[in-house]
Design a protein around this ligand. Structure first.
Ligand code: ADP
Length: 315
């Protein structure tokens, strides 16, 4: 029997009303996918893809135009209260009242969620995000990294089974990024299903066991990370030849061949099917000598670019 997905969306459409001189904007265009329970799910897409719109719909902050969305099996139309209780959203921006302490921030948030005092676990949650010793310090005295961890703690106050982080590491330095990644892994190990939006491929590849890519409000792909990485098995060689070439060369082993200059070509091949030596000998068979060779592996970035560079659908 299959488990209820942590999040399930079907045919979700969001059309923003036209604003001052601008046309209506189709931000989500018939989007459907499931986030399974228990993993770290990456929602990836370039700026403007529709990631925040989707999260804001799940958080009850933006009204969808049509389609359905469920969180932990609770439909956001029929049971918004339980849907909201099942999800914690960590926003991008750090906004706290500077004169509250982390402990007060959590107590206030728990109050808003209606968590009664005996059930509040503020200290435990602060310890989980490594802020136990800062429980009674003013928020304004916390470092940037501590403030981000407090945001995560705040989203956990009502102990939701799903935690959504919206661009958790946008604009943070490498050290802090690593710390936040560790924290996300710790939360996940404790059983929280994580969804994170990011436009950093490296982040998605490092953290997520599954990645959905959206572009122009549509699903481009939704696969286990290792399958996506597997798609990055193309290799590229750039060859400088001894003389000018006319048209790019053709060979069944080449995925493609492009002319970069009068004497320079770039050949893309499948590294599981052939190798650079073979590619070079095919070029030599055409009567060219090779003056210089550089090679490059396609990475997830290339896969992302090729998947998201498809023509924009009509909106
Ligand atoms: P992402 O989070 O992936 O960058 P968004 O969900 O913010 O994408 O935006 C998706 C599209 O919807 C963009 O074209 C954006 O300009 C548009 N959009 C977002 N919010 C609004 C709004 N409040 N009013 C009108 N258009 C909006």
């Amino acid at each position: 029997m299959s488990e209820t997905p942590a999040i399930s969306i079907r045919n979700l459409v969001k059309r923003y009303a036209p604003v001052a001189g601008q046309d209506a904007k189709l931000a989500l265009n018939d989007l459907s996918f499931d986030v399974p329970q228990g993993g770290i799910f990456g929602l990836l897409g370039p700026n403007g893809a529709g990631k925040s719109t989707l999260i804001n719909i799940l958080a009850g902050l933006v009204l969808k135009t049509s389609g359905t969305a469920e969180v932990w099996g609770f439909d956001i139309d029929r049971d918004l209260r339980n849907a909201k209780r099942s999800i914690g959203i960590v926003p991008q921006e750090v906004v706290f009242d500077a004169f509250f302490t982390p402990s007060e921030v959590l107590e206030n948030t728990a109050g808003l969620y209606g968590v009664i005092k005996p059930l509040r676990r503020s200290m435990e949650i602060l310890r989980a995000v490594h802020l136990g010793d800062k429980a009674h310090a003013y928020a304004r005295t916390l470092s940037g990294g501590m403030k981000r961890r407090l945001l995560i703690a705040k989203a956990l106050v009502h102990e939701p089974p799903v935690l959504v982080l919206d661009e958790p590491t946008a604009g943070v330095d490498v050290d802090l990024r690593r710390q936040l990644w560790d924290l996300v892994r710790e939360m996940n190990a404790q059983g929280v299903t994580i969804v994170l939006t990011t436009h950093y491929l490296e982040e998605a590849e490092e953290l997520c066991d599954r990645i959905a890519i959206i572009n122009h409000g549509q699903l481009v792909t939704n696969k286990p990370t290792r399958e996506l990485v597997e798609m990055a098995r193309e290799k590229i060689v750039v060859l400088t030849l001894d003389r000018e070439i006319g048209a790019p060369l053709n060979h069944p082993d080449f995925i493609k061949c492009e002319k970069l200059g009068e004497r320079m070509i770039e050949v893309t091949y499948d590294k599981d099917r052939t190798n650079a030596g073979e590619v070079l000998s095919h070029v030599q068979d055409e009567g060219f000598a090779i003056n210089d060779v550089t090679t490059r592996e396609a990475d997830l970035e290339d896969v992302f670019v090729s998947l998201t560079s498809a023509a924009r659908p009509g909106s």
